[in-house]
Design a protein around this ligand. Structure first.
Ligand code: WQD
Length: 336
């Protein structure tokens, strides 16, 4: 049975990907430092699949601990989620972000090189495009100067991966996520923001649950139909399945280059007000919100052209926006 290392495997996207890996018959070993999640997620994964993944609490910034892990574990592939991901926070803690999001990537790739390991999937982001000139966004869109340290770590991460893959024959794929939302249908796993949520959907569900007084809509003066910003909201289970598709592409040696990258979204854009209306309709409730000024660094609109990912990964989204918003609410209701 092929053994896959999932770093950050107890996080939001990581945990959903571990479930899909186990469903596909892979043996999974998780490394997580628990800095942005809870060990309870391990039990939740086990309840969903009936198989407990091997788990190691390791701080990947400690280079020697990374080496020791690879000394003791024969790995057939790596899916690397572990990273800091708060756009706003990244502007105040750049060195923490460059250390955690880039030094760790280098340590992992050094082990892959030293042991002639292969198959590396990298968690990237549509953030690398900044505000594009042409929508929908294809993989040919130019990568623009990052508007945040977080976005810069994803751009530099892709460059590191490209150079390492070429020089050391480590086949790799970067998946450029759009906006992951929702929860597994069992609602045993989902998005677990610690502290005040930065992202739209957890803030909406916490407002609906009365944890937050009201949602602030960051700007209604954008050049869009209703003035609010547009994003491509993809169900986290569809996103998890894209990782399995990418891993199988590498394991079956179907990749055309040593380093490839794909846009992983639904191909459809939704404005903030459209999301609010859909959330209210699907869950039969009224949301308390107000329009405020724009958030610094936000772009007007981003949604994916999924043609290449659909074709090359033989993958497409199966869940709807309604599914995602319904599962996000049911997940929120499960929280104590
Ligand atoms: C979505 C829309 C906000 C909160 C970022 C990163 C991306 C990925 C996901 C990590 C925007 C609006 C939000 C709120 C609001 N990060 N909004 N009120 O900024 O598109 O993407 O998070 O994986 O790489 O760039 O996501 O959910 O923060 O915002 O009006 O309280 O909702 O202005 O238009 P974003 P988001």
């Amino acid at each position: 049975m092929r053994k896959i290392l999932v770093t950050g495997g107890l996080g939001f996207i990581g945990s959903h990907t571990v479930v899909e890996l186990q469903n596909e018959g892979f043996e999974v070993v998780i490394i997580d430092d628990l800095s942005n999640t809870s060990i309870k997620v391990l039990d939740s994964i086990t309840e969903i699949t009936g198989k407990k993944p091997d788990f190691h609490q390791i701080d990947l910034r400690i280079k020697n601990d990374v080496k020791t892990f690879f000394d003791n574990n024969k790995i057939d592939g790596v899916i690397h989620f572990a990273a800091f991901k708060a756009v706003g926070e990244s502007m105040h803690k750049p060195l923490d972000y460059y250390e955690n999001n880039l030094s760790v990537l280098v340590y992992l790739l050094q082990e892959m090189r030293n042991r002639k390991l292969n198959n590396f999937i990298f968690s990237s982001s549509c953030t690398v495009y900044g505000q594009v000139d042409e929508l929908p966004i294809t993989e040919k869109a130019p990568v623009k100067t990052a508007e945040s340290v977080y976005g810069n770590t994803k751009q530099i991460g892709e460059e590191i991966l490209k150079d390492a893959s070429k020089a050391h024959n480590i086949n790799s794929i970067a998946l450029r996520y759009f906006n992951p939302i929702g929860a597994h249908e069992s609602v045993k796993i989902g998005e677990l923001p610690l502290g005040v949520p930065q992202n739209l959907i957890p803030f909406i569900t916490q407002t609906a649950a009365g944890i937050r007084a009201e949602l602030s809509v960051f700007g209604d003066d954008y050049d869009t139909n209703d003035g609010t910003a547009i994003r491509d909201y993809i169900h986290v289970v569809d996103l998890a399945k894209a990782h399995i598709a990418a891993l199988n592409r590498l394991l079956n040696k179907k990749n055309k280059e040593s380093f490839e990258y794909f846009n992983v979204g639904t191909g459809k854009g939704s404005s903030v007000l459209e999301i609010i209306n859909a959330f209210e309709r699907v869950n039969n409730l009224k949301l308390n919100y107000k329009i405020v000024g724009r958030r610094e660094g936000d772009i007007t609109a981003a949604f994916a052209d999924t043609t290449i990912a659909n074709k090359e990964l033989n993958w497409k989204t199966e869940k709807s926006l309604d599914d995602a918003l319904e599962s996000a609410w049911r997940w929120q209701l499960e929280q104590d």
